[in-house]
Design a protein around this ligand. Structure first.
Ligand code: ATP
Length: 249
């Protein structure tokens, strides 16, 4: 198979709002691919379509060859989705939550125990896993739900703003986890972020998205060279300012 994720001319309208306006991109196996762009650019909408939660107005998205609309069940089996605003169950402890979530996926008790053990390590929450989730800080909750998304070792992890709301220390921890875990198990990752500097660190390839359209795509290095920029933030500003990459200076 050529691509793990293959998005072709995706369009999504919400009433008159054109949230996604003809987006196409491909992701290779084991790659960490970032959709970056400002608020309202269409990142979440694109990821929700990939996660089979929204039906596109037109266009196609396939994951391992399965169409996200027609083969939604099969897609759900091989992906793990971390929503931007993922909630956990406040009345459960972190341990109970991981066990509960693993129970949907694990084929037997041994696999369940392994998943929960891995989830616990990924979360980095240690003894606090014994406490009720309602006593966790925002950052702790985020680490728990990210651990949940990764512990099942999905073929494709779709992570919407994985470090949203985290302080710098915890954001770095989460970034390292995503990178290491994806590399270790060959997991393909599609993530979104409006933090262009973090994406530069974590992603193999990125697409810059603005007003529902991809306006630039490449490795962070390629983009910085093409736009003669120090970092992806600068690339973004130049892309938006100049329609064509040849007109920047
Ligand atoms: P952010 O970084 O703020 O999360 P985003 O890039 O993820 O932004 P989207 O959430 O995909 O952007 O939103 C794209 C556009 O679609 C915005 O104009 C938003 O208001 C609109 N939109 C998204 N979801 C809905 C919805 N359910 N109903 C109506 N409009 C929506």
């Amino acid at each position: 198979m050529k691509y793990v994720v293959d998005v072709e001319d995706l369009v999504k309208f919400f009433g008159k709002i054109r949230a996604v306006d003809g987006i196409s991109f491909q992701v290779h196996e084991g790659e960490i691919f970032g959709l970056i762009g400002p608020n309202g650019a269409g990142k979440t909408t694109t990821l929700r379509i990939l996660a089979t939660l929204l039906i596109p107005t037109s266009g196609h998205a396939r994951i391992y060859g399965y169409d996200v609309v027609e083969d939604a069940e099969k897609v759900r089996y091989i992906i793990s989705y971390l929503p931007e605003d993922a909630g956990a169950y406040n009345r459960l402890t972190g341990w109970d939550y991981l066990q509960f979530m693993a129970s949907f996926v694990a084929k037997n008790k041994k696999e369940l125990e392994q998943m929960v053990k891995e989830g616990a390590e990924l979360s980095g929450l240690g003894d606090r896993l014994r406490d009720l989730i309602k006593t966790y800080s925002k950052g702790m909750k985020r680490r728990l739900v990210l651990a949940r998304a990764l512990m099942v070792r999905p073929k494709v992890a779709i992570l919407d703003e994985p470090t949203a709301g985290l302080d710098i220390i915890h954001a770095v921890h989460v970034r390292n986890i995503i990178r290491e875990y994806a590399r270790k198990y060959g997991i393909t990752v599609v993530l979104s972020s409006h933090n262009m500097l973090e994406v530069e660190y974590i992603c193999d390839r990125v697409a810059i998205i603005n007003k529902g359209k991809i306006v630039a795509e490449g490795t962070p290095k390629e983009l910085k060279e093409e736009y003669n920029a120090e970092n992806l933030e600068e690339v973004f500003i130049r892309v938006i300012k100049n329609e064509s990459p040849t007109s920047h200076n």
